[in-house]
Design a binder for this molecule. Structure first.
Ligand code: ZN
Length: 110
């Protein structure tokens, strides 16, 4: 499962950056709607993957910013609920400008 490897990578990335005696209490993520990453398995995997690491018991907050694109035909900036939605002008030549990111936006420790 793709989401499991994403979760392992995220937990590992955070765990490597905090000292061993520091406990992480919250991790905030941004998972763009066009990233192809499902957030529910991510939430499900997080507790399992975090167990036994400095992230054990940490809260996971996930923001899901919508896709954004720039139409090459009419020049409009549009919201993209998915990759198949055309621009209002009918064009599908849309350059993605956002919504594909998966990144850590905040880490809280105690
Ligand atoms: Zn357009």
């Amino acid at each position: 499962m793709h989401e499991l490897s994403v979760t392992v990578e995220l937990v590992d990335m955070v765990a490597r950056r905090v000292p061993d005696d520091v406990r992480v209490t919250r991790v905030a993520l941004e998972v763009g709607r066009l990233s192809g990453v499902m957030t529910s398995p991510l939430r499900f995997c997080f507790d399992l993957v975090a167990a036994g690491t400095s992230l054990d018991g940490a809260r996971l907050d996930i923001a899901e910013p919508p896709g954004r694109g720039h139409c090459r035909r009419c020049g409009a900036d549009v919201d993209l609920p998915d990759l198949l939605t055309p621009c209002g002008c009918g064009s599908r030549e849309i350059e993605l400008t956002g919504g594909e990111q998966v990144r850590i936006t905040a880490v809280e420790v105690r």
